[in-house]
Write a protein that binds this ligand. Structure first.
Ligand code: SF4
Length: 354
């Protein structure tokens, strides 16, 4: 499908089905388009409508916004979230008033606080009828599916490919309607889940639709690769098969729970035992295990050490105890500590701690 055919199909559909009664589609001005595009970032149309109406009643023009107190602006933004958007709107309004005109170039708009390429493209095409592509979330989804562009759109190469696709399809004529139309297509038919391809004006040429792969585009954000931290858990046990536990500091990971003494390396754990003159009968390590927190993986290696000495030879800390099975229900234990203790207990019955 040529760009001209795509534009024709989309505009014909828009003329019949497109949304034309949204508040920001009335009395179109650069200020109203810019405000609506800013409010619509990460926010649904139905949520934005009452905010847009209240905001433009209070600040009907750019000049009203520029001279307003920031607290008053934030008050009218309250509930929309991402308050940096409101602060940037206010700052940018003051800059535009200083400039004496509303910038009508990509560079001029993008020099203002909070205006990215897509918002600038929308203002230029809808308010100034200058042909500029846009690439908001809806358009990214339509184009990723239409051209079967794989890869997460946040990736710079994928983003570049999507911008190139958007630029290729954007017409010179009726650019304001086209911009509105492609956003409408994404919002009403080419929706995130259950897109209505049977009603889509460009379905015949849509790669994802033809290949039956609509659900795989756009590629979701890849999961974060978490850093990993190594640690050694010192599992000291005595002749009575009791295990040494310490209470963790009140703040931080597993704050206030009981766990094994923890060290960065095996050498540090061994030094700790040596410095306390422990009589070690036997020691060995178990296979490392992984516990995943939201921001890192903890790879811990249990170092099992059988000591002969009594408690008072072990350490000075008072937040510590010899643990035995009877105490398990009364102690706050971190989940992997509890699991390891249970495993040791099972092994104990097999003569493990002897
Ligand atoms: S055919 Fe379906 S997937 Fe393709 S652009 Fe239309 S609605 Fe989106």
């Amino acid at each position: 499908m040529t760009p001209a055919k795509f534009q024709h199909c989309l505009l014909t559909w828009f003329d019949q089905y497109g949304r034309k009664n949204l508040p920001w589609q009335q009395d179109i001005s650069p200020y109203r388009v810019w405000l609506s595009e800013t409010m619509l970032q990460q926010t649904q149309v139905t949520t934005v409508i009452p905010y847009f109406l209240a905001f433009t009643t209070k600040f009907p023009t750019l000049e009203h916004l520029a001279i307003a107190d920031i607290d008053e602006v934030l008050k009218h933004w309250a509930g929309l979230g991402y308050y940096a958007r409101a602060r940037n709107l206010h700052k940018a309004a003051q800059r535009i008033v200083e400039l004496g005109y509303f910038p009508d170039t990509l560079e001029g708009l993008m020099a203002l606080p909070g205006i990215g390429q897509s918002t600038a493209g929308a203002v230029l095409s809808i308010a100034f009828h200058n042909s500029h592509p846009i690439l908001d979330g809806n358009v990214k989804r339509v184009l990723a599916r239409f051209y079967a562009i794989s890869g997460w759109p946040g990736d710079s190469q994928v983003n570049k490919a999507l911008w190139a696709a958007s630029a290729e399809l954007t017409p010179i004529y009726r650019v304001a309607d086209y911009t509105q139309a492609i956003m409408d297509l994404g919002a009403t038919l080419c929706t995130r889940s259950k897109p209505l391809c049977q009603s889509c004006p460009v379905a015949d040429a849509c790669q994802a639709n033809k290949n039956g792969t609509v659900s795989v585009y756009p590629t979701p954000k890849p999961p974060k690769t978490l850093p990993s931290k190594q640690s050694v858990w010192l599992v000291l046990y005595d002749a009575n098969q009791q295990i040494w536990l310490e209470k963790r500091p009140p703040t931080g990971i597993w704050g206030g729970l009981w766990s094994f003494p923890e060290f960065a390396t095996l050498a540090e754990a061994e030094d700790w035992c040596i410095s306390r003159n422990l009589h070690i009968k036997r020691q060995y390590t178990l296979a490392s295990k992984r516990h995943t927190f939201s921001h890192y993986h903890l790879d811990y290696t249990p170092l099992i050490v059988h000591v002969e000495n009594l408690t008072n030879n072990v350490m000075e800390a008072n937040q510590s105890l010899w643990y035995n099975n009877a105490q398990i229900s009364g102690l706050g234990l971190a989940a992997p500590v509890k699991t390891l203790l249970q495993q040791l207990n099972i092994k104990n019955h097999q003569g493990f701690l002897s």
